[in-house]
Design a protein. Structure first.
Length: 224
């Protein structure tokens, strides 16, 4: 029997990295080094403990409803069954948008049974992650696309772009507003979606159960 293949869809987190332009970069420092720990343990035994300071919107992260709505479920309030092993539908749209038409509408997301699925939108934009180009002119979903996904009964929506909304629209965030109001999780800054088949994979993206927090990095992956 062939073992399933696991495709890591997450960006690595490292000190000083830029995820979303303008947000603070993570700092990673030791609380206890291997060398320092030797004074506390038996000879030949050593440990390290690290400290990280970062905004929840770092790397590949998940948005819970609390991110948008003060009365919505926070990370600790999410049902694991909506985050683990989800039937996955990937829309490979790298050639389905252009610089003049960055908004991906509902027509690009039709033709499949999406009920209960994780819908992942592959735009190819993740190739720019970590560069100045990543935050400008990025593809995104439209409000109409979000309404279509809600009507289709999806469980989670992910994208490999800087944001699922248009960040150059003057502050409007219709996609976040529509999806999170419906209890549909959002995962942004995915990568390697081109390696995931259009159908048949399973998607997992579970954050820590942190109370009073709306977003946090996930180790997102597809099982094929």
């Amino acid at each position: 029997m062939t073992s399933p293949r696991i495709i890591d869809l997450s960006h690595r987190i490292r000190a000083g990295m830029t995820t979303y332009p303008g947000l603070p970069a993570p700092t990673i420092t030791p609380h206890l080094t291997h060398e320092q720990s030797r004074a506390h343990y038996a000879e030949g035994t050593e440990f390290t403990m690290g400290m990280i300071t970062m905004i929840g919107n770092t790397g590949t992260y998940l948005d819970s409803p609390y991110h948008r709505y003060a009365d919505g479920p926070d990370l600790a309030g999410l049902d694991l069954s909506t985050l683990v092993g989800l039937r996955t539908e990937v829309f490979h749209l790298e050639d389905g948008w252009d610089a003049d038409h960055r908004g991906i509408g509902p027509d690009a997301l039709r033709g499949r049974d999406l009920a209960g699925a994780a819908v992942l939108v592959d735009t190819g934009w993740s190739s720019r992650f970590g560069t100045e180009d990543y935050g400008r002119g990025a593809p995104h979903l439209t409000g109409e696309a979000a309404e279509h996904l809600v009507a289709a009964g999806v469980t989670l929506v992910g994208i490999d772009s800087v944001n699922i909304d248009d960040t150059e629209s003057g502050g409007e965030r219709p996609v976040h507003s529509i999806l999170l109001a419906a209890g549909i999780h959002v995962v942004e800054h995915l990568t390697r979606l081109a390696e995931v088949p259009s159908s048949g994979a399973r998607f997992t993206a579970a954050p820590p159960a942190i109370e009073g927090f709306g977003t946090f990095p996930v180790r997102a992956f597809a099982t094929v």
